[in-house]
Write a protein that binds this ligand. Structure first.
Ligand SMILES: NC(=O)c1ccc[n+]([C@@H]2O[C@H](COP(=O)([O-])OP(=O)(O)OC[C@H]3O[C@@H](n4cnc5c(N)ncnc54)[C@H](O)[C@@H]3O)[C@@H](O)[C@H]2O)c1
Length: 223
């Protein structure tokens, strides 16, 4: 059985992951799967989510736990595991770091939205929130579009600086500008990604920049 840890998942080819996400959407459209509603178990502010799913060839179960206060202990807010098995023999094929898979998957969903909904000519973008998703969404944005200037806003300037370092390591030609003014970010950016812990009010953004792609990755616990 394969064990894919965070590092291995972070090294995966972005095109492969984005294509897999596209295929997953087709599977959903074709209704070619069996999946119950996500199960939630809560303990005070913490939540455990159980997400099993069968398809023709594989079945998987994803276990995710959301601990909003985890950052105070140096841990990400979202953690988990995914187990993938063969749907014919039942053989367990892989166990994976669920937080890393979730981060890549959600980033790739955003990347697909960027690919399908934004003009190929966009060169400016802004990211509100520089955590796990801020980085993942940005990696897939930069994978799909030739962004020259990327604006970053986070309540925590250190998070914004850490994300700028990460981005510059991989995409050295992108000019990454940290701002403490979200309105300036919205005005200067053709694509806006909201990746904070709260839902940002992007109505104001739309009013400021007609035609901007508004993409709020939203709350994991919604719905
Ligand atoms: N991590 C995932 O894989 C994942 C998947 C699906 C959805 N989500 C959702 O994405 C959102 C972000 O999750 P994350 O994992 O990136 O969290 P995170 O804790 O890693 O990062 C959140 C960042 O946003 C910043 N922030 C919070 N409120 C802000 C505000 N009002 N203005 C500016 N910055 C703000 C924080 O300082 C932090 O740096 C959450 O709503 C989460 O439920 C996350």
């Amino acid at each position: 059985m394969l064990y894919l840890n965070k590092h291995a998942i972070q090294q995966m080819d972005q095109q492969m992951i984005q294509t897999a996400v596209e295929q997953a959407y087709r599977l959903v459209l074709n209704k070619n799967y069996t999946m119950p509603d996500r199960m939630h178990v809560t303990d005070h502010q913490n939540t455990l989510l159980f997400m099993p799913c069968f398809s023709e060839n594989f079945f998987a179960a994803k276990l995710v736990w959301v601990f909003p206060e985890a950052r105070q202990h140096g841990q990400p807010a979202v953690n988990g595991l995914v187990v993938l098995s063969d749907a014919v023999s039942g053989h367990a094929l892989a166990i994976m770091d669920g937080a890393a898979i979730t981060a890549q998957r959600t980033g790739a969903v955003g990347g697909l939205a960027v690919k399908l909904l934004t003009p190929k000519t966009v060169t400016t973008a802004g990211v509100l929130g520089a955590g796990v998703q801020g980085l993942s969404q940005t990696r897939y944005l930069l994978f799909n579009r030739n962004i020259q200037t990327l604006y970053l806003y986070d309540l925590n300037q250190e998070a914004a600086k850490a994300m700028r370092r990460n981005i510059k390591q991989e995409f050295m030609d992108v000019d990454v500008v940290i701002t403490d003014d979200p309105d300036q970010l919205v005005e200067a950016s053709r694509v806006i990604i909201a990746a904070g812990m709260a839902l940002f009010d992007l109505t104001a953004a739309a009013a400021i920049y007609q035609g901007a792609l508004e993409k709020n990755i939203g709350q994991l616990l919604d719905g």
